[in-house]
Write a protein that binds this ligand. Structure first.
Ligand SMILES: [Zn+2]
Length: 517
């Protein structure tokens, strides 16, 4: 266990927002809830959706205080009355907090059903806050639904979830849904700076910036890192300290790695990957951070020095600029495509993560060569070699020149594949009826392969195609239960396209660019 693991709760708790004014980065939600309170139009069920650590539960508690404060209902609860203090401590008899992850059974929900009809003991409203509501079991959802169908006037339900797709439509349709955003880096950084000032500790801006980036929009994770850092650092914490506790590699390491990629230096690339994993980072963390670093370089390549953000040390500044210039936009975009593909492949074949990682970075080393060949051939043929070109005919078999990814398996036997596809389409239809229907109606051929699903559809009307190709739709399909990975969708054309080995290789290389929303 890390030394700071106990105390991180302290910071996150100590500086948890207690009023709407203190909630950061969720302005539209705060505005809507405040207005509802002021106009006495608070609904009976809310679903708060968003990644972890962005303020869902805090907001639920603030809403509970607003409704039940002795001075209320008010958008500025007093924080001093019994209701306010007890809600904050999680000890108010009329505000019941339930963790769906640990109380997911029908009995828990049944007891809510039985008690919800009693008048509140002291407060104005009886409020149920159910965190991670998607973890409730099927029968528990059924029981909950019965309560939601006819809630007594004094009851308010506040559900929080990181994964709304797992909640039955019958429940969500009875809730007002608020989508919490990941926090912006600058918002996290500003909050951390305030915490440091309040704690009377000095943490350099570049360390706060690194935490703000590493937390991926989750404030609680950021506060946890800061707390661990303060627990282990000797005096003023450094990027090295942060690397040691949070596995957040120093920016120099990414420069080392991408410089080695740029000059096609496989030995150094492998050594750097090995070093990262040896220091305790996981393959997925490596990919996450590499994506951020590559994205930074792309911004520098496109926008110049201004894109560097917090002014880095001179040496790092110079190297970033040179590297961005040397790699250039095409290679950096290609590199990001490879990393997104890698992310999906690791999800599919976690045991092969390390091999996939090495294979992808070694491939990245030869990206310039491949792009050069493609451009040359495109020039010869007089047409653009688009990496995302679509073809109607099935891809030619790989000539064997490039190694297949370890996560890729041979297609399943035909009948099994057909029924798997059928199951997936049924799931898509249940979860996203419009999208599912379009796929089903226009399906000509389909294949569930080891790491992707390939569909061949009839040519679609513009608006249907927009639905199918909307990145959230593709992300939804890729994430369906039982889906092996990304969905590649092609359309039948009047004339089959001529074989296009270079395009195919590039698509294999870049195709994954479409995998992320
Ligand atoms: Zn109060």
């Amino acid at each position: 266990m890390l030394p700071g693991a106990m105390s991180y709760r302290v910071l996150a708790r100590k500086y948890r927002p207690r009023t709407f004014a203190e909630v950061i980065g969720q302005e539209p939600i705060v505005r809507a809830l405040s207005r509802a309170i002021e106009r006495d139009r608070v609904g009976q069920a809310y679903l708060l959706v968003g990644p972890r650590g962005v303020g869902k539960t805090s907001t639920a508690r603030i809403l509970a205080k607003s409704l039940n404060c002795a001075q209320g209902p008010t958008v500025t609860p007093c924080l001093e009355c019994d209701a306010c203090r007890e809600i904050e401590a999680g000890a108010d008899v009329d505000v019941v907090e339930i963790d769906g992850a640990s109380h997911n059974g029908v009995d828990d929900v049944r007891s809510i059903r039985e008690r919800v009809h009693y008048q509140p003991l002291r407060d104005r409203r009886k409020i149920y806050i159910i965190d991670e509501v998607q973890r409730l079991s099927g029968p528990a959802f059924d029981a909950l639904l019965k309560t939601l169908e006819e809630p007594p006037g004094h009851a308010v339900f506040l559900f929080a979830t990181t994964d709304p797709h797992k909640i039955p439509e019958t429940i969500t349709s009875r809730c007002q849904v608020f989508e919490f955003r990941r926090l912006r880096e600058e918002d996290v950084e500003a909050k951390l700076a305030r915490v440091c000032a309040a704690e009377g500790v000095e943490v350099p801006a570049e360390v706060l910036a690194a935490i703000s980036r590493g937390c991926r929009g989750g404030l609680r994770d950021a506060e946890s890192m800061l707390d661990q850092l303060l627990a282990v650092a000797d005096a003023v914490p450094t990027l090295e300290d942060l690397e040691a506790i949070a596995g957040l590699a120093r920016p120099e390491r990414w420069l080392d790695l991408f410089e080695a990629v740029e000059r096609d230096d496989p030995a150094t690339v492998l050594a750097i990957l090995d070093d990262f994993l040896r220091r305790g980072g996981s393959e997925r963390e490596l990919v996450d951070q590499a994506v951020d670093a590559a994205r930074d370089l792309l911004h520098v390549a496109l926008l110049g020095e201004d894109a560097l953000g917090v002014v880095p040390a001179e040496e790092r500044r110079r190297r970033s600029l040179e590297l961005a210039r040397a790699l250039g936009r095409d290679r950096l975009e290609g590199l990001l495509g490879l990393l997104f593909g890698l992310e999906a492949r690791i999800r599919q074949a976690p045991l092969a993560a390390r091999a996939l990682l090495e294979w992808t970075f070694l491939r990245a080393c030869r990206l310039g060569e491949l792009l050069g060949t493609a451009a040359l051939l495109a020039g010869l043929e007089g047409g653009p070699a688009s990496p995302t070109c679509r073809r109607a005919s099935p891809p030619p078999t790989d000539s064997g020149r490039s190694p297949a990814p370890a996560g890729r398996a041979a297609p399943a036997p035909a009948p099994a594949a057909a029924s798997r596809l059928d199951e997936l389409l049924a799931r898509a239809e249940a979860g996203r009826p419009t999208l599912g229907r379009i796929l089903r109606r226009n399906l000509l051929e389909g294949e569930v392969a080891g790491d992707h699903v390939r569909l061949l559809l009839k040519p679609l009307a513009e608006e249907d195609r927009a639905v199918v190709e909307d990145p959230p739709s593709l992300a939804y399909l890729a994430g369906l239960e039982g889906s092996p990975g990304a969905w590649r969708i092609d359309y039948r054309r009047e004339e089959p396209a001529p074989p296009d080995p270079v395009g195919e290789r590039l698509r294999d290389l870049f195709g994954a660019r479409e995998e992320l929303p």
